[in-house]
Design a protein around this ligand. Structure first.
Ligand SMILES: Nc1ncnc2c1ncn2[C@@H]1O[C@H](COP(=O)(O)OP(=O)(O)OP(=O)(O)O)[C@@H](O)[C@H]1O
Length: 262
């Protein structure tokens, strides 16, 4: 990556708003995501995290504002100005989306290897042997034994399914990955291992990530920057360590104070 590329935001979110009828989902949200950085969106239930994530990833039409993505060729495009075909291609190649529930991001009735291989085919790989080899390598990276390559995710545990979903998303080396509570719904020991794995992969691949979580410990471990939301608005943002160690806003102070002592 050239110095110029690192200096330029990958995603710019300006005055983003989403209304559901009269109800505010989110309002006036502004932030940028730079190449290779992890930004966590935190806040309690109903604060607008998922609405924001879905709007910036083009999964939900917004009501106001702009979301501009810097394409590989350097062009800046508002994601709502992309054609359907361009958006689909972006979602399969440049972007990843890791859902809280792995079943939403996997094809449960095809093999683990095919779940990963399918993404490679979407970017033009046609050589069966290479696809299988790369899929096998990726299963290894996410700590799924190679002998499970022909098993369907239906036969996997929750933690294995989530690791498979991560492999499926990362195999094409996306530049930007959206994650919605990727460790939610897993038990604590499984969560800790998955977080370690995610942290390693994100650093190795130099990925930019926007991660939604209500768990400040997850934000602390994975992110460099943090955005705190309340009632659909950003109340505080900054470097994760600063926000967590010296929260300025009363709501952030409350959130930080509510982390159980370990
Ligand atoms: N499909 C919808 N129709 C109407 N209102 C919605 C819809 N989805 C979300 N909302 C409202 O928008 C606001 C923000 O919800 P959102 O799901 O984005 O919050 P969240 O922080 O992700 O919560 P959680 O952590 O519980 O998922 C809430 O008031 C919610 O009731």
């Amino acid at each position: 990556m050239s110095a110029l590329e690192i200096d330029q935001p990958l995603l710019s979110v300006r005055d983003l708003g989403k209304r559901y009828g009269a109800r505010v989902g989110c309002e006036g949200v502004c932030f940028e995501v730079y190449p290779g950085e992890v930004v966590a969106i935190v806040g309690e239930s109903g604060s607008g995290k998922t609405t924001l994530l879905n709007c910036i990833s083009g999964r939900l039409p917004r009501s106001a504002g702009a979301v501009v993505y810097r394409m590989r060729d350097g062009a800046r495009r508002d994601i709502e100005d992309l054609t359907e075909a361009e958006r689909r291609l972006l979602a399969r190649t440049d972007w990843g989306f890791v859902h809280q529930n792995p079943a939403d991001g996997l094809r449960m009735r095809v093999s683990a290897g095919a779940n990963v291989g399918e993404r490679l085919m979407a970017v033009g790989e046609r050589h069966y042997g290479r696809i299988r080899q790369t899929a096998g390598d990726w299963l290894g990276k996410v700590e799924i034994a190679g002998e499970r390559i022909d098993d369907r995710p239906l036969a996997f545990s929750g933690g294995m399914r989530q690791r498979l979903q991560i492999a499926r998303n990362l195999v094409t080396h996306p530049r930007l990955v959206f994650m919605d509570e990727p460790t939610g719904g897993l038990d604590v020991s499984v969560q800790a291992r998955l977080l370690d794995l995610l942290r390693g992969l994100v650093a190795d691949l130099g990925l930019a990530v926007v991660i939604v979580t209500h768990d400040l410990a997850v934000a602390r471990l994975l992110s460099q920057r943090m955005i705190v939301m309340k009632d659909g608005r950003v109340v505080e943002s900054g470097l994760t360590d600063r926000v967590l160690d010296d929260p300025h806003h009363a709501y952030t102070q409350l959130l930080v104070a509510s982390i159980p002592e370990s």
